[in-house]
Design a protein. Structure first.
Length: 189
C-alpha cells in the first residue's frame, strides 16, 4: 500500500484513544493555537493549560516539550485543512475552491504564529506541504476545468497570493474577507 502525504500526517499528531484523554488533547490544541496566535510562540504553557481547562501536568503528559506542542498545533491544522477539502468537494467548483481557501486563511494564521518554531527542513514539514497541495489542487483544477478559474495560473501561484494577502494586518475579519474576495475576483473567470 502506498502512503499518501496525508496519511503521513497522522503520525505527527498522535491523539489519545480514551474519550476523556482525547477531549483534553483536543482542548489543549485549540487553546495552544489560539494562545500562540494572540501571544506568539513565547506564550505561557500555564496559560494554555488554563484555557484548555486542564492542569499543567496534563499538558506535559500530552506534549513533553514546547516543540511537541508547536508541531501538534501545526500538523493538526494541516490535517483539518486536508479534511476541509473533502468536506467541500461536492460543492460547485468555484464555491468548493473558495470555501477551501477560506479555511486555508485560518491555517495561514496558525502557520504564521508558530513558523519560527518549526523545522522547515524536516520530512514532516515536507509531508505537510505535500498533503495540503494534494488536498487543494483537485479543487483548483476542477474550477479551472469548469471555466471558473483562470488557466494561466498554477495552484502554487494562488496559494502564495492568498498567503501574502493574509499576512497583512487588517482592521477586522470583515476587511480581511473583503480583500480576499477582491483578490479572488482576479482569479475567477
Amino acid at each position: 500500500m502506498t502512503q499518501t502525504p496525508r496519511s503521513g500526517l497522522a503520525a505527527a499528531v498522535k491523539r489519545p484513544q480514551r474519550a476523556d484523554a482525547r477531549r483534553n488533547f483536543d482542548a489543549l490544541l485549540t487553546a495552544a493555537r489560539d494562545t500562540f496566535a494572540e501571544q506568539g510562540t513565547g506564550a505561557s504553557l500555564e496559560e494554555i493549560a488554563r484555557r484548555a481547562g486542564v492542569g499543567i501536568g496534563t499538558l506535559y503528559r500530552n506534549f513533553p516539550t514546547r516543540q511537541d506542542l508547536f508541531e501538534a498545533v501545526y500538523f493538526g491544522e494541516v490535517e483539518e485543512l486536508c479534511a476541509a477539502a473533502d468536506d467541500v468537494a461536492d460543492l460547485p467548483p468555484w464555491e468548493a475552491l473558495t470555501s477551501w481557501l477560506e479555511r486555508f486563511v485560518q491555517y495561514a494564521a496558525t502557520k504564521r504564529a508558530v513558523i519560527e518554531a518549526l523545522n522547515r527542513d524536516s520530512a514532516m514539514f515536507t509531508t505537510a506541504r505535500e498533503a495540503m497541495y494534494a488536498a487543494g489542487t483537485p479543487l483548483f483544477e476542477r474550477a479551472q476545468a469548469a471555466g471558473e478559474a483562470r488557466t494561466d495560473i498554477a495552484f502554487d501561484d494562488l496559494l502564495r497570493m492568498v498567503s501574502g494577502l493574509t499576512a497583512a494586518g487588517f482592521v477586522d475579519d470583515a476587511q480581511r474577507e473583503r480583500v480576499l474576495k477582491i483578490a479572488l475576483d482576479g482569479v475567477h473567470t
